[in-house]
Design a binder for this molecule. Sequence first.
Ligand SMILES: [Fe+2]
Ligand SMILES: [Zn+2]
Length: 443
Amino acid sequence: MPLSWFKAPQPQLSIGVGPWSARRVSAGIFYNRGRVEVPGGFSAFSSLAANHHPEALPRSATRSELDYAPVTVDLPGGSTGKWPSLWLRDNCQCSKCIHPDTRQRLVDTFSIPEDIKPLAVRNLENHLEIEWANDGHTSTYRYNWLSEHHLNQNSSEPNSVKFSPERQYVADDPKTYPTVLFDEVMSSDEGVRKWTDQIYRFGFSFVKGSPPTPEATEKLLERIAFIRPTHYGGFWDFTSDLSLKDMAYTTEGLGGHTDTTYFTDPAGLQLFHMLSHTNGSGGESLLVDAFEAAKTLYKEDPEAYRVLKEHGVSGHASGNEHVCIQPARPFPVLNHHPDTGELYQVRWNNEDRKPIVNASPEEISRWYAAARKFNEILTRKDMERWFQLEPGTPMIFDNWRMLHGRSPFSGKRRMCGGYINHDDFMSRYLLLRDGREKVLGRI
Ligand SMILES: [Fe+2]
Ligand SMILES: [Zn+2]
């Protein structure tokens, strides 16, 4: 790569900013009063945060540093960001490069010169401007947007585990169970915000004052998002007749489980509304906060936690003649965001689990021991929340977090409900909680 392009004239590099300090941006990249002494990068100071960096000895740049021509920006608030030129050009925020309505990328990434580099970097009042040397475009980035898009360079810690403090544990006291009113959810987005916020924070919520009909319940669920159809149908309304070959359609008790572990993307939310229960008794409902149980497992037996975090298992749904659903790949019981380490999904369904064959006998034995320990925690009395569902009070829960189950019952129960995708739930929730501008600003 020719080095001549680094000799950008000083005024272009420093418009609107204070004097350039000699500063070391990273190993091998060195600046001195607007002149790039060692090739490899461009630097800009936000006028709101003119940090001065200590002098450092120049070192020779590696080939890769030459190639990606990084731009370093000191941002308001004191942080410093560093991005490859190609990344910045690809993510230009101007209205020619991002569609102002759809927020979709318009720039053809692969027609950007691979050796794209700045001619000038300018700090303006609210945004950074980069004039590119070799594709005739000038890019703009709001400082807030840049702050939201620091490169996540510490993401590769493979063993990090985090539990979001936003996910709160509800005490075993029905008086404290999260509750909203049917009318507030149906009549205002604020009601939906409150409802989805409870589901997100606590894992479940009861809706009081609902008409005990399938029609009203379906409309209620659709306040969050469209209902997800499965091989059981869309919105369901059933009695215990085993018309669909799954244990859910019997009168037997069901231990705590999450639904649809046989899907690559398990159902996100599930709502139950008991419309009637005649000529019998029993059938109490169970919820278990598996995030709380996972936290306990992490404290009591980190090795078991690691096994359930790393070893994938598969499920299947095969009860009906024309169906044999299996996920695209095995998934662990405890699923974590690869960048943040945050636990985001528990998959736990012993009935639907396929035989584990993807490991050695020793590893499989370790998996059984870890699952036994997790099961012991999940079934502790203080983990279980038992309650009786009633007509007029639908219950919704996060199926990526809460186990559900029931005790056996006699008589005839009529239940209705449905699933919602987790991504659709989170979209509705975050837009209501943070507002569109803030949510889009993080994209
Ligand atoms: Fe279930
Ligand atoms: Zn642009």
